[in-house]
Design a protein. Structure first.
Length: 173
């Protein structure tokens, strides 16, 4: 074997080693960037997981509160159906009494919860509380008139159809 053959083989081997080294460096670089992306993805997944968990908790609380409100609504509907409370819709002398709204009466919300509500939600609560106050005032008026209360308990109609029509009182639905 000649010296030139050996030198040519060594140079070919060096080129092959250089090509493999270049390929190895490229693979190491790609593996490093893939590991960085993987760590970033894990970090983002952790953040999304915690956000999702807090959203699930909030959703669970809303569902629970919705169930409570649904039961309260059903109870109120049953009271209105089963107890002669239809008179609450008939204001005396065609006027609606204004009952004072209590400062603490914020539909069961804490101060922080009340501040976190949107304006339309606060307005809805105010209207609901005003209706509740008016209904309580009307109930108080009915209870304070023993003659009317005894007539109602006896099954009598508080006024005739003609009297109701002349006063503009709607018929019982």
């Amino acid at each position: 074997i000649s010296l030139w053959t050996v030198v040519g083989a060594v140079q070919a081997l060096e080129r092959s080693v250089a090509a493999h080294a270049s390929r190895l460096l490229s693979l190491e670089h790609r593996a490093g960037s893939t590991e960085k992306k993987h760590l970033e993805c894990e970090k983002v997944m952790g953040e999304l997981g915690s956000r999702l968990e807090s959203k699930w908790t909030a959703l669970g609380n809303l569902v629970q509160e919705y169930g409570q409100l649904q039961r309260r609504l059903e109870n109120m509907e049953n009271l209105l159906k089963n107890s002669n409370l239809w008179i609450l819709r008939l204001p005396p002398r065609e006027e609606v009494p204004k009952a004072p709204m209590l400062q603490k009466d914020t539909a069961g919300f804490s101060t922080q919860e009340w501040e976190n509500l949107e304006e339309w939600q606060r307005e809805l609560c105010r209207k609901m509380l005003a209706g509740k106050s008016q209904a309580l005032a009307l109930l108080d008026n009915v209870m304070s008139e023993p003659a009317l209360l005894s007539r109602l308990q006896g099954g009598e109609v508080p006024c005739s159809d003609n009297e109701a029509a002349s006063k503009g009182i709607p018929e019982d639905p």
